[in-house]
Design a protein around this ligand. Structure first.
Ligand SMILES: NC(=O)c1ccc[n+]([C@@H]2O[C@H](COP(=O)([O-])OP(=O)(O)OC[C@H]3O[C@@H](n4cnc5c(N)ncnc54)[C@H](OP(=O)(O)O)[C@@H]3O)[C@@H](O)[C@H]2O)c1
Length: 322
């Protein structure tokens, strides 16, 4: 079978297709025949080896959200899964056959398209989990950064679906602003322009109740100052590469900064994660949530997918097929 590896950090060109034996699932694992692979921005950071937090043992594989059919199960895994169509996050996702943790394999019902299915393992539980971590309630104003991204465009829709009074989206180009509006954002702001925080203040004069922050750096620091009394910022990513700095004094105005990681949520409350995935599946099936696929590429074009991430050019989901 084919799989993707890189042997040194670098540009998209370090990604190579290699031949390998089809792997056998270990205890608690299953093997899928790949139908489609959802690529994630974070792997472009790993590939570039950007700082200690992104270090990978070489040769390194790419993670991703794989949709496929279960063709083998390891010890301790329900054999009833064999032949089922599932979606699951894999640490070695860019391959014709992949191994993954059976516990987190999400069932993919008939009628669910592959783009939506690819969002079940990671993006939808992250979008729902950040709103939950931010103790979001209906009627509140939500600020979603990187709103045209894979997770961002789902977060915009889910905030609206769950009754947000106003969703303010930020993104880095006019096309992304249009995309965020098309997914339900009430206000869209280009945060590559210096005055973005003032534009948020104009759109939410009483402050923002919940900020979903996947950027870090100055974006975090400035966003805390946009919070209404009792407002919450949820830090869940570092696209800028730098953690935001928040002074305790900035919190005196009844503000809270919290964090979210899917790994932490899975460990702390696995049943909530499973319920969130089931809820998202229902939203996709009834059409109240949609996953927009930016492009579909062949596995052999994996470098092109990473080039999109490096250029911040993706709107929604990037999919690869074997
Ligand atoms: N906590 C968790 O459990 C968890 C799980 C998965 C992913 N994440 C994080 O969630 C975030 C979103 O993931 P995603 O896969 O949906 O990615 P994405 O939003 O599709 O891509 C990242 C986006 O971040 C924005 N960005 C802002 N500053 C940037 C910078 N300095 N360099 C590059 N990009 C920058 C870009 O959009 P603009 O051009 O619009 O600025 C870029 O397209 C990522 O930070 C990821 O690490 C967290």
């Amino acid at each position: 079978m084919r799989r993707v590896r890189y042997h040194s950090y670098g540009g998209p060109e370090v990604l190579r297709i290699e031949e390998a034996e089809v792997p056998e699932p270990g205890t608690g694992e299953l093997r899928l025949r790949t139908e489609v692979i959802g690529a994630n921005f974070i792997d472009s950071r790993f590939r570039q080896g950007l700082g200690a937090q992104y270090g990978r043992p070489m040769p390194a594989a790419l993670t991703g959200d794989v949709v496929g059919t279960v063709e083998a199960v390891g010890p301790g895994v329900d054999t009833g899964l064999l032949g089922q169509r599932v979606a699951v996050l894999s640490e070695d996702a860019f391959a014709d056959h992949v191994i993954a943790d059976a516990q987190w394999a999400a069932p993919v019902p008939d009628g669910l398209d592959d783009g939506a299915a690819s969002m079940l393992p990671l993006a939808t539980p992250v979008a729902l989990g950040t709103l939950r971590a931010g103790r979001f309630t209906a009627g509140e104003t939500v600020l979603v950064h990187a709103a045209a991204g894979g997770i961002g465009h789902l977060a915009v829709q889910l905030a609206k679906l769950l009754g947000a009074g106003k969703v303010i989206a930020t993104a880095g180009s006019p096309a992304k602003l249009e995309f965020a509006r098309a997914h339900g954002a009430d206000v869209a702001i280009d945060y590559t322009q210096g005055d973005w925080a003032d534009q948020v203040r104009a759109a939410a004069p009483d402050g923002v109740d919940v900020v979903l922050d996947s950027i870090g750096g100055d974006t975090t620091t400035l966003s805390v100052d946009l919070l209404a009394p009792y407002g919450r910022l949820v830090a869940y990513g570092l696209a800028s590469g730098t953690p935001g700095e928040v002074s305790a004094r900035a919190l005196y105005a009844l503000r809270t900064v919290t964090g979210f990681s899917l790994t932490a949520w899975r460990a702390a409350r696995p049943e909530e994660v499973t319920a969130a995935v089931a809820k998202a599946t229902g939203y996709f099936l009834d059409g109240s949530l949609r996953a927009t696929v930016h492009t579909r590429l062949n596995l052999t074009e994996v470098a092109k997918a990473h080039q999109l991430f490096d250029e911040r050019a993706q709107l929604g989901r990037v999919l690869l097929t074997p």
